[in-house]
Design a binder for this molecule. Structure first.
Ligand SMILES: CC(C)(COP(=O)(O)OP(=O)(O)OC[C@H]1O[C@@H](n2cnc3c(N)ncnc32)[C@H](O)[C@@H]1OP(=O)(O)O)[C@@H](O)C(=O)NCCC(=O)NCCS
Length: 165
């Protein structure tokens, strides 16, 4: 696979938004219950992510093509934690790019970014999304609760400890 570059998304223009929606729709193919209700949901959700966490919105690029992205929020009020922590709002790779190590690169960037700004990160993952749950457990995320079909996972962060695996 050609070189993968991880960059902060500089701006969410129309063309980029369309590509991110495509990645989101393809990435969750076969897992529709976890990937929203279609393109108009995806559009609203991805705009929400961008407005909430611009500084932590990272994309993986192969040449000029965006392969996937991760949205890391350093300023998330978690009602479960009762305080502000970090959060991963979205993490998805286009189907054709899954399983090639690109997710690891995005996650490492995300944890490096969050570890500089907060001491804990939470995320929610579908209960049947075993591949992703294993992926997160490998990074030291622990299952701490469940709400409906969603499993809540958290990980403690330490400054300078950005390998995390
Ligand atoms: C989860 C996801 C972002 C991981 O990115 P990735 O680039 O496929 O993952 P990598 O290739 O870097 O790492 C693969 C690891 O993740 C796990 N994995 C999770 N989903 C996988 C998939 N669809 N294909 C291959 N591996 C997957 C494997 O256990 C593998 O572990 P290993 O490195 O010890 O062999 C990506 O598979 C994806 O977009 N999945 C669909 C959307 C999703 O579930 N997002 C998370 C929601 S909370």
């Amino acid at each position: 696979m050609a070189e993968v570059k991880i960059e902060r998304l500089p701006e969410l223009d129309q063309e980029t938004l369309e590509r991110l929606i495509e990645i989101y729709m393809r990435g969750y193919e076969g897992m529709r219950e976890y990937g929203g209700e279609g393109e108009s949901y995806a559009k609203r959700y991805l705009r929400w992510c961008w407005n909430k966490a611009k500084d932590g919105f990272f994309i993986a690029k192969i040449g000029d093509e965006i392969a996937g992205f991760i949205v890391c929020d350093a300023d998330w009020y978690s009602k479960y934690e009762g305080r502000t922590v970090g959060a991963v709002h979205e993490f998805v790779l286009d189907k054709k790019f899954q399983g090639h190590g690109i997710g690891h690169k995005l996650m490492e960037k995300c944890l490096e970014y969050l570890a500089e700004r907060t001491d804990r990160v939470e995320l929610w993952v579908g209960e049947k999304n075993e591949g992703a749950i294993r992926f997160y457990e490998d990074y030291g995320f622990r299952r701490v609760g469940q709400s409906g079909i969603w499993v809540r996972m958290v990980k403690d962060l330490r400054k300078g400890d950005n390998k995390n695996r």
